[in-house]
Design a protein around this ligand. Structure first.
Ligand code: NAI
Length: 360
């Protein structure tokens, strides 16, 4: 016990976590971990992942990794939100109403320090059940995926402007990996704007659907990296930019919706050395978070949220500019510049002058 405690504190101290909460309910079989990384900017928002982890330590580490990423993502998106994430350990196919409601009660007990939403293994229906027991949920009214796609679309335009001096998509060749909720909507926006899209999906039926609907070219999943294009847009899995795939890329820009696109930090540098501009994933794919964050504040006007999502393009331009400044000290990766951009905002807010306010 002593060992476990000191081990968990070591993990927490390494990335300066505020709080880790373990919840269990024997009757329903609930085992959940909520990781609250940082609430300096606001409540820690992050989805609840339902997953059959091999070990409890894997679950803890996953919750912590994802929570920390949410701190950076919210900060870079200009939101007044902190970073948190929850995992429920178990088979997502075996969840019950009682388990979800028990979980909702525990989330409520955190008093709003953690706000939950949908994630891998949880559905909108699950979130609605959780919401029976807690008001600290969001993403119930607005579907985040179209906003994510819209943000990626504007991010791609900003990258084109940076590289080619022109943000127009007319005739631009784009290879899209993954035609799911984000990739599918992105392809619609790209085709409408005049881009020439080549895409792939492991689900051949899905790929065929988009080929018929939009007249795009479709290739096999393993062929997408070598497609001759201006922009490669990963919208499926993480880790797709790695030693093997980088060699195949012919593009000038990597900009897509997938999370954790770089397999390792070094791949950000390798892309830079190859002269490929990388749009840091958590900056370009923040449209969905912006939407659910605003929904939590009671704002559901889609037009207003879209205007805010469009600003992802300006943020990327600022990050590219920062990277150029950082290159003087031999930092070439735009992913590193994005981290500096997010941390700069957190530090700016941390250092706000503490003026006296009477208690209300
Ligand atoms: P999704 O599950 O709807 O779509 C993923 C698609 O990729 C599926 O159609 C799947 O068949 C395909 N796919 C999987 N492996 C593939 C491979 N090796 N080659 C080609 N296609 C493959 O998921 P969604 O929501 O579109 O998310 C896509 C990515 O964007 C994920 O990495 C997700 O974490 C990230 N993301 C999604 C957000 C959202 O609002 N939905 C927000 C931020 C990030």
């Amino acid at each position: 016990m002593q060992l476990l405690r000191s081990f968990t504190f070591d993990l927490m101290q390494k990335d300066d976590f505020e709080e880790i909460v373990f919840f269990q309910d024997k009757g329903t079989g609930l085992k959940a971990i909520v990781a609250i990384h940082n609430t300096l900017l606001g409540p820690a928002l992050g989805g609840t992942r339902f997953w059959q982890y091999e070990t409890e330590l894997d679950a803890l580490k996953d919750a912590m990794r994802l929570a920390k990423a949410m701190t950076m993502k919210a900060a870079a998106a200009g939101l007044n939100l902190g970073g948190g994430k929850a995992v429920i350990i178990g088979n997502p196919k075996q969840k019950s109403e009682a388990l979800l409601r028990a979980y909702g009660r525990f989330v409520q007990s955190l008093g709003g320090r953690y706000v939950t939403a949908e994630d891998v293994g949880t559905t909108l229906e699950d979130i609605r059940i959780i919401a029976e027991e807690t008001r600290f949920v969001t993403g119930v009214k607005l579907d985040p995926s179209p906003f994510t796609a819209y943000g990626v679309f504007h991010g791609i335009k900003a990258c084109l402007e940076h590289v080619f001096g022109d943000g127009s998509l007319d005739g631009v060749r784009i290879a899209v990996q993954g035609l799911g909720k984000v990739g599918g909507e992105l392809v619609r926006l790209l085709v409408k704007a005049g881009a020439e899209v080549t895409a792939t999906d492991i689900d051949a039926e899905r790929a065929g659907f988009f080929k018929n609907e939009l007249g795009i070219e479709v290739v096999e999943p393993n062929e997408i990296f070598a497609v001759k294009c201006d922009v490669f847009s990963p919208c499926a899995l993480g880790g797709v930019i790695n030693d093997a795939t980088i060699k195949k890329l012919t593009c000038k820009i990597v900009a897509g919706g997938a999370n954790n696109q770089l397999e390792a930090e070094k791949h950000g540098n390798i892309l830079a050395k190859k002269g490929i501009l990388y749009a840091p994933d958590y900056v370009i794919n923040a449209g969905g978070l912006i939407a659910v964050g605003r929904e939590y504040e009671g704002i559901t006007d889609e037009g207003r949220i879209k205007e805010e999502v469009e600003k992802i393009g300006d943020r990327l331009k600022r990050i590219f500019q920062m990277r150029e400044e950082m290159a003087k000290s031999k930092v070439y990766s735009t992913a590193k510049a994005a981290d500096a951009f997010a941390l700069e905002r957190i530090e700016r807010i941390r250092s706000l002058k503490k003026i006296y306010q009477p208690l209300s």
